[in-house]
Design a protein around this ligand. Sequence first.
Ligand SMILES: [Zn+2]
Length: 874
Amino acid sequence: MKIKFVYLVALLFLASCGHKQYDETVIGEEEYYEDELYLDEAEDMAKERPIYRETETILTDLIHTRLDVNFDWTKSRMNGRATITAKPHFYASDSIFLDAKGMDILKVSMENKALTYSYDSLTLLIHLGKTFTRDEKYTVVIDYVAKPDERVTGGSAAITSDKGLYFINPTGDDKSKMPQIWTQGETESSSVWFPTIDTPNAKTTQEIFMTVANKYATLSNGKLISSKQNVDGTRTDHWKQELPHAPYLFMMGVGEFKVVKDVYTRPDGTKMDVNYYVEAQWESSAKAIFGETPAMISHFSKLLGVEYPWDKYHQIVARDYVSGAMENTGAVVFGDFVYKTERELLDGNDQSTIAHELFHHWFGDLVTCESWSNLPLNESFANYSQYLWDEYRYGKDEADFQAVVETDGYYQSAQMQGYHNLIWFDYYDKEQMFDGHSYNKGGRILHMLRNHLGDDAFFKGIQMYLTTNKFKPAEFHQLRLAFEEVSGQDLNWFFNQWFLGAGHPVLDVNYDTDTMNHKVSVIVGQKQDLKLSPIYRLPVDIAVYDSEGKHVYKMLIDSLNQKHTFAYAGELKSIVFDDQKMLLAKIREEKPAEQYLFEYYNATRYKARKEGLLFGTQGPIVKTAKGQQLILDALNDTFWDIRLTAIEKAVKLKDENVGKANKLIRDLAMNDPNSGVRAAALAYLSNKLESTEMTAVCIDRLEKDQSYLVISSALKSLGKIDVELALKKAKTLESEQSSKMISGVAQLYGAHGKEDALIFFEKALKGTILQGFDQLGVLNSLTFFNVRQEPATIEKTFDLYKYMNETGGYYTKMFMSQNVAYLISMFETKMTELDEEIAAHEKNNNAAYADSARRKKKDYNALKELFLTLPTEE
Ligand SMILES: [Zn+2]
């Protein structure tokens, strides 16, 4: 599963860089558990055994699950018959326990004879009528009604994300949303729509017969075996998956989806269906969105040495989806954030999410974490697939850049929610497992392991893990054993510190150069909190650059304070700690600016070159010819993020270099292949170029650039030079069907819009084009717009705030109170100013002016009262 973390950094990142979007990444239900109750109880608890989330005991082996279902759209219910074939796992038994949440159980039978059962709305205990041994299979049939919307969720507030089965706009009242049904099983919600053993260590083959009105397309796991017309005008689709998988991966989708066909060719020449289920208006964009999928299947199959194991690979886009995306076997669900036109895709695609879900088909679907504590066996690999895909498709720099983003995501998440072991046996709630540890940190750990073992051993180890454990659950020891067997190395030290430890290394790195004897010492101190984290064992590469070139040395850091000395020839040019820039560690390093400068020009990895640029232009060195030249050179770097950083650094240029940079950056604005760089270049130039020239550049981009990000930036820059012209241009862009463009226009109106912009704001916020953060961005722009308006205009916007407070998206609702508080404080400031004005008019005996000011103050006070009816604090 790919979830959405809410951190502010993500917001800032999105705002500043349109390259790739991270709004796909959760909305967590994570909470702090450091409440007072817990702290008070901590002492008592210390006397007890610590929490241990053990793996579910296997009493029964599921063998096959057949479901026959139809849907009652008006009641949001599903009528089902489950035919479950099972056997005792080891010990003989006369009963079977099934998870079945909030259902009506109508009848339970075996071979047409009714069986007795008990049911408490969570667990269905069926008495089989005789004792079965582990060599005896049996089949029970359960007739039931699933009622996801009527479930009583054990006294706590109903959590919308564990309904399992979702009817979206089932009566079709909302004309903006295509009616549809979809499911979300992970973690343990499949048992809301069929009775099963709802744990990740259960596996079963599956077939589903879905009866629907003829107009609907259906999707489920496995192959479509048949599609039969019924006499009553309905149709029954038979989907069958012959390979076993865990119940949380079961999936159904129903709706008037268009099915766009694609194909993957296996190495033996056979073809496999790869279909994209989208709403009609997105049919023409489906291949632009998902079209890399066959190439991904091919790449990952080769890399892993295990051919894609399932029958087909279909992807579907769901409305009101409760997560980012979900790896249901061969039937992957995405939230509607992936709906993007070809033009929108120029500013960032969702291939990371597509790769993530696909990789789960080996890690999660083929080999499954045996318990939620072992979730990193699923999510760390899925996270790392994003690196693997970027590396293959876009090169090492892009992969390394995304790795930095992932690393920051881990630090942020850990800071907000606390540190814990990667394999986490004492969580309070299984949903906590879906955090920056299981995903981001786990991905970085796998990268370090790959670095340590080398590509060959790493991928051979993975291949062994997959083939040894296929169609079975696994725990993290099995991963270690596979790597140990292949590499011949004991890897307990690695797994203990990274999988069974918390936190990360914090390193002080210093250098001591002995120019007399041509020696340089690397002095490393481990500074992490040892109450939380171990003393790490960290094999790293040290690159020493001297008069003869580059030499790479191995250094093993395994104590608190360490010093390694290396010889160099001639002059020491630079020294790069962790040459591969693969360590997950916070590093405080000190070395001369000249060495950083050298590092920019000579290091191989993106992160090292960026370090070189940042610190090679910091302090007095930036004023030297070399420092100035570094910024100019970085503007021509091969990698977009370095060019972007160089644009930011260009403010430090002096004299004739300013003109040189303007020329270079003007060229970036017009021609850079990356839209983020073009947009940043335009922003930089807005107060650098002479206004006629800048106007010409902006008009050129507004008319010729395809990227909405660039057009938005051009609009903003133009607004700083020629407001009237910018507003005129914005008018023509209002109707673009792009979330980014609408939010760009809103930004301009926020800064310069007149009263007539109200119609635009209303259309934008009530329309269906804005997505995720952009909706919040437009609301923020409306607030800035209001700051410049008269009370009568502001009053007209109130209903819009009210509407957004009720129907807005997650982020909009989250930041609504900030917007309201901002307005109220503006009203108060105005009233204070008016008080002063009134006093001044009275002093000067200007009664008429004083009255007018009083009326205005009254208007602001009324506005304050009005807006106070909206939330002002969280
Ligand atoms: Zn995932």
